[in-house]
Design a binder for this molecule. Structure first.
Ligand SMILES: NC(=O)c1ccc[n+]([C@@H]2O[C@H](COP(=O)([O-])OP(=O)(O)OC[C@H]3O[C@@H](n4cnc5c(N)ncnc54)[C@H](O)[C@@H]3O)[C@@H](O)[C@H]2O)c1
Length: 285
């Protein structure tokens, strides 16, 4: 079988560690090039993996003509890069989330459909043991009719201080809600088989990112006077089929647990499904 020729756009921490390295371990994949606007980073990674490197991803597409690319740039650029690349007829695996707002993600999905290309978003936790077990239990009817879904993904202190996450442009203009709230939403929606939402309400809070003391306790370093994103968010969604969903996500909060805790719960008339973390075996109650 011919190898799938891939390129990786954005080879920072996640692009190198979670896309590029795994690609090199797949026998049916050939990495043809990497692209990163940071010339030093592009060169360093290109040399390390002995592949061509570019600072302009469109030049990489034009010259290398890959079958598919991974997009692992900061979130605020995902939709634009995905649309550019799909328009050239290249399949896309874009890291989460697909985009920063509804109109841009609709645009990308339409482009993928119009071009007949695969567009996949890297919600790896959907393939975790907990979520896979949950999906199977739901499909076997063990929960019965679901009526409430609850998701919680909160760190006591874990504001990611690099520009990728907290610069307003690069992050897509949202903080914890977009960065980790997207996991909760995606994972719960997939368990519920993507019902149609009818009302959404919520609130966001910035209680830690602007406090200079917090720079000592979170991840990385940032200028608190320029912190404009939420570090906590809560949401309530009602769906057409009568199911409700409550989500709570936080980069920082005065909770009792030290690290990041994730909880997924679906209540139904026959059973309850609860997952803790991504690897934990989900419990049926
Ligand atoms: N799925 C997960 O578990 C997970 C974990 C971490 C990060 N991520 C996602 O991966 C993305 C990147 O995160 P990261 O931690 O690797 O950040 P990072 O800052 O380490 O890397 C981002 C890289 O993108 C490059 N870049 C910026 N603009 C570019 C452009 N126009 N063209 C090409 N390259 C460009 C930067 O120079 C940098 O090297 C984010 O969207 C983040 O949400 C996902």
């Amino acid at each position: 079988m011919d190898k799938v020729r891939v390129g990786v756009i954005g080879v920072g921490g996640h692009g190198r560690g979670r896309h590029l390295i795994p690609y090199t371990k797949l026998s049916n994949v050939e990495v043809v090039a990497v692209a990163d606007v940071n010339q030093r980073r592009a060169e360093e990674v290109g040399r390390e993996f002995k592949v061509k490197y570019y600072t302009d991803y469109m030049e990489m597409i034009e010259r290398e003509n890959p079958d598919a690319v991974s997009i692992v740039t900061p979130t605020g650029l995902h939709a634009k890069v995905a649309k550019d690349v799909l328009s050239k007829g290249v399949h896309v695996l874009v890291d989460k989330p697909l985009g920063a707002n509804l109109s841009e993600v609709v645009d990308v999905v339409r482009t993928a459909k119009a071009k007949g290309k695969v567009l996949m978003v890297g919600y790896w936790s959907r393939f975790s043991p907990a979520l896979k077990f949950g999906a199977e239990a739901m499909s076997l009817g063990m929960v019965g009719e679901p009526y409430l879904a609850y998701g919680y993904l909160v760190r006591r202190r874990g504001i990611p201080g690099s520009p990728t996450f907290i610069d307003k442009q690069l992050s897509g203009g949202r903080g914890a809600l977009l960065d980790i709230g997207c996991y909760i939403l995606d994972n719960l929606l997939s368990l519920l088989n993507f019902p149609r939402p009818v009302t959404v309400s919520g609130a966001t809070y910035t209680k830690f990112g602007r406090n200079p003391e917090e720079v000592k306790f979170n991840w990385g370093s940032w200028d608190p006077s320029k912190f404009e994103l939420e570090d906590y968010a809560v949401g309530f969604i009602r769906f057409e089929n009568g199911v409700s969903m409550i989500i709570e996500v936080g980069w920082a909060a005065n909770v009792s647990h030290v690290g990041e805790v994730g909880i997924y719960r679906v209540l139904g008339n026959k059973g309850g499904l609860e997952g803790r973390g991504h690897e934990a075996v989900t419990e049926m109650t």
